[in-house]
Design a protein around this ligand. Structure first.
Ligand SMILES: Cc1cc2nc3c(=O)[nH]c(=O)nc-3n(C[C@H](O)[C@H](O)[C@H](O)COP(=O)(O)O)c2cc1C
Length: 447
C-alpha cells in the first residue's frame, strides 16, 4: 500500500474548518510547522508528502474575496518551492511533491524547479501536474478567463513533452569534473531540446545535469475522460476524489484499462483516493470527533466559496434548496466530474445545493474512515483488497494532529497486517514506489 500525505502550505487544509479546530497549530508562516509535518510523516514511513496549490484567493463566490478572507476559506497559500526546500533539509527519506500548473507556468521554469528539488533532496521530488481550475487564477496571470477544459489538457500534453525533454537534455554521464584536462562536462552529452509546438518554444538545454531520479515522479488527478487519457499517458501516481468504493472501483478499472491501451504496464501506475481518517478510542468517540470536525466548524458560505472555486461558477445567486440539475452541471467549467460524483454519492433524484454544501469536508470528496485505529485499518484494507485503489492520499481535518493520529495509531495496524512498510528500504521516491528510473530519450548534441 502506498501512503501519501495531502498537504497545504497555508492557513487551511482542504477541509475549510481546519483552522478553527482547537488542536490546529497556526504556525503556517513558520519553517518549524512544515519541518514537523515532514518528520511526522517520515516517522510513519509515508511514501510522499505533497502540497496542493491554487494560484488565487477564492473570489468567485459573490464576485469578492471577502468571504474567503473572513471565513478562512483558503486565503493563504505559500510558494511551494521554498516550502519544499525547507522540508528537504529537515527530512531524509520521504518523497516531496508540489503542485505546479501547466496553464500558468512555463516548461523551463517547472523543469528547473523540480530538477533542483530532485538534486537537493537526493532523488525525492515529485510534480503534481495540474491544469488549474478557474478564472480567479487566470486573472492573476494577465487573462480574463481560464482556458477551456480540453485546450488546457492539449497545452498540458505539450508542456509535458517539453518538460520531460528538458530533463533529458543532459545524459546521465555528461558531468565529468576533471580538473586536470580541464573538462567540466562533455558537450557531446549535453543537448539542445529545440522544442517548437503550438504553445511553447523552448531551446534548452536545462541548466542542470540529469537528476537522481532521471525525471521527478509525475502525479496527476484528471477525472474527466480527457483528464484520464492525460493521466494514462503521463502519470506515475494518480490521485482521485472518489467518494465511495463502488465509484472508486469503476474509476480504477477504467483508468487502468486506459493505461494498458497506451502500452504502459497498469501495475506501475498507482491510483490513490484522497481519504480523511478520524480516529477515536472507541467508535462512539471517533464519531463524536467527526461531528465536531465536519458539522460544527464550517460555515456553509465557506463551503460554497470553495465549491464556487472548484466549479468556476458563482453559486451565490442560487438558493440553498436549488436542485443540482444536468443543465447546471453542464454550465460549470471547473471540475465537473466532482459534482457528478457527489450527486451520485449523495443519491436520490433531487440533490440540492444545500446537500453539496453539506459535503463540506473537502469538496474533493474521497472516503472518510471513522472509528478506532483497527476499524480504520479494516476499511483501508477493504478498499485496497477490493480493486478500488493502490493506497491513499491522507487529508487532514486538523494539523498536525490528524497526521500524528494516522502515524502513531493507524500505520502500526497496517504494518502489523503486512500491508505497509515499517522502514524505508531505498533512498529515492521511485524506490519507495517501486517504479523504475526512466532512460533519457535521445536528443541531438549541443556540442
Ligand atoms: C487529491 C487531489 C488533489 C488535487 N490538487 C489540486 C491542486 O492542488 N490544484 C489544482 O489546481 N487542482 C487540483 N486537483 C484537481 C485536479 O488537478 C483536476 O483538475 C481534477 O481532478 C479534475 O480533473 P478533470 O478536469 O479531468 O475533471 C486535485 C484533485 C485531487 C483528486
Amino acid at each position: 500500500m502506498s501512503l501519501v500525505g495531502f498537504m497545504q502550505a497555508g492557513s487551511t487544509t482542504v477541509y475549510a474548518g481546519s483552522w478553527r479546530h482547537p488542536a490546529t497549530d497556526h504556525g503556517f508562516l513558520t519553517q518549524d510547522f512544515y519541518k514537523k509535518l515532514g518528520r511526522t510523516l517520515e516517522e510513519g514511513c509515508f511514501d510522499l508528502m505533497f502540497f496542493d496549490d491554487r494560484l488565487a484567493m477564492p473570489g468567485i463566490y459573490g464576485g469578492s474575496v471577502a468571504d474567503a478572507v473572513r471565513l478562512g476559506a483558503r486565503p493563504v497559500k505559500l510558494d511551494l518551492s521554498v516550502v519544499l526546500g525547507v522540508v528537504a533539509g529537515a527530512t531524509r527519506s520521504i518523497g516531496l511533491g508540489a503542485t505546479y500548473s501547466t496553464t500558468y507556468y512555463t516548461p523551463f521554469h517547472v523543469a528547473r524547479t523540480f530538477s533542483t528539488l530532485d538534486h537537493l533532496s537526493g532523488g525525492r521530488a515529485a510534480w503534481n501536474v495540474v491544469t488549474s481550475v478557474n478564472d480567479s487564477e487566470a486573472q492573476n496571470y494577465g487573462l480574463e478567463e481560464h482556458l477551456g477544459h480540453d485546450d488546457r489538457y492539449d497545452r498540458a500534453d505539450e508542456f509535458l513533452e517539453a518538460t520531460t525533454g528538458l530533463w533529458d537534455t543532459w545524459e546521465d554521464d555528461a558531468l565529468v569534473l576533471d580538473r586536470s584536462t580541464p573538462i567540466f562536462a562533455d558537450p557531446t552529452k549535453v543537448h539542445e531540446l529545440r522544442h517548437e509546438g503550438k504553445w511553447f518554444k523552448v531551446r534548452g538545454p536545462l541548466t542542470l545535469p540529469r537528476s537522481p531520479q532521471g525525471r521527478p515522479v509525475l502525479l496527476q488527478a484528471g477525472s474527466s475522460g480527457r483528464g484520464r487519457d492525460f493521466a494514462a499517458r503521463w502519470a506515475e501516481l494518480i490521485f482521485t476524489g472518489d467518494p465511495d468504493i463502488n465509484i472508486a472501483r469503476s474509476h480504477y478499472k477504467d483508468q487502468k484499462t486506459r493505461i494498458g491501451e497506451l502500452g504502459r504496464d497498469p501495475a506501475t501506475v498507482k491510483m490513490l483516493p484522497m481519504a480523511y481518517t478520524v480516529v477515536g478510542e472507541s467508535r462512539a468517540h471517533a464519531e463524536e470527533r467527526e461531528r465536531l470536525f465536519l458539522d460544527e466548524l464550517v460555515d456553509p458560505a465557506a463551503s460554497l466559496t470553495l465549491l464556487s472555486e472548484l466549479m468556476n461558477y458563482d453559486f451565490s445567486g442560487l438558493q440553498l434548496d436549488s436542485p443540482i440539475t444536468d443543465e447546471l452541471i453542464g454550465s460549470v467549467s471547473g471540475i465537473r466530474g466532482l459534482v457528478q460524483n457527489l450527486r451520485q454519492h449523495i443519491g436520490g433524484d433531487n440533490v440540492t445545493l444545500a446537500d453539496l454544501a453539506g459535503h463540506r469536508a473537502t469538496l474533493l470528496q474521497g472516503p472518510r474512515f471513522v472509528g478506532t485505529a483497527t476499524e480504520i485499518a479494516d476499511q483501508m484494507e477493504e478498499w485496497f483488497h477490493g480493486d478500488a485503489c493502490d493506497g491513499f492520499v491522507i487529508a487532514a481535518t486538523h494539523v498536525p494532529g490528524a497526521y500524528e493520529d494516522m502515524v502513531r495509531l493507524v500505520v502500526p495496524q497496517l504494518q502489523r497486517r503486512g500491508l505497509f512498510r515499517d522502514r524505508y528500504t531505498g533512498t529515492t521516491l521511485r524506490d519507495h514506489l517501486g517504479i523504475s528510473r526512466p532512460e533519457a530519450a535521445p536528443l541531438g548534441s549541443a556540442g
